[in-house]
Ligand binder design. Sequence first.
Ligand code: NAP
Length: 297
Amino acid sequence: MTNTPNTAVTTDPRNAPVTVIGLGLMGKALAAAFLEAGHPTTVWNRTAARADELVARGAVLAPSVADAVRASPLVVVCLTDAAAVRAALGPHRADLAGRALVNLTSGTSEEARELSTWTGDYLDGAIMAIPEVIGRPEAFLLFSGAPEVFAQHRDSLDRLGSATFFGEDPGLASLYDVALLGLMWGTLNAFLHGAALLGAAGVDATAFAPFANQWVGSVTQFIGAYAEQLDRGEYPADDVSLETHLATMKYLVRESAAAGIDTEWPARIQALTERAIEAGHAGAGYAGLIEVFRGKA
Ligand code: NAP
């Protein structure tokens, strides 16, 4: 199914045409946000039927990847992984000349740097949001790569959420992405472990949740101070020493074992702390654990 460009959707003369390649859960949300903001939007997806809803809202379905790339100065790609990007766009690298390629596909920093060799006008991006918040300021998107591409297409990229640019290394957005996802998984694992522990005592997760939220809020306050310590390379125990943390961690392991729930998560935290202490950081504050993560303890 194809149709001709529908310029009637343009409500703002500053809106430049945009192409979105990949209409999975995220790609559809990206294309919908561009359409909503009035950008003439061309789309392509391997399974063409996934474009039906967007076409009904004014998007143009390109018959091929080459047509999709040629349709707009800004080409946004959001596929499963870098292998899918290579498969879909690799044969059409020549068509990218003179166009900005913004890759919002998750991947490693190495993959981002490799894809950046396809064109000088390459921006790698990471989406810190789920599809339903795309287009709202609480969706934040991280970019790195060609500064002139970010500057030139900033207004368009801002349609997707709040955009931040980290500089010329195309791998940086991917590194921030996995570092932030690690923060999410660590926090959620701790919540789930706590819910399992309290659940074994008959406490509902919904009863635990408000306290979990309040405590996460308190822990958030530690990050800024610890970051300054990490950058200084000094980890004074202004609040609690690692040795005291270790003593309390052992209670979490013991309580987990007594409740018959999995002990791997707290035991791993205890083991990391023991390594830091064995390396001489018993009197350090919690930030001293960085020595373990840096591979130095
Ligand atoms: P999805 O719903 O599974 O969509 C995957 C897309 O990739 C589909 O359009 C699929 O086409 C296409 N695709 C896969 N292999 C292909 C190939 N070899 N050639 C051409 N097209 C191919 O995934 P998603 O949730 O949209 O995620 C897309 C990317 O966004 C991922 O890298 C993901 O990590 C990232 N992301 C997603 C979210 C989220 O909340 N969903 C949040 C942040 C980042 P078909 O329709 O033909 O299968």
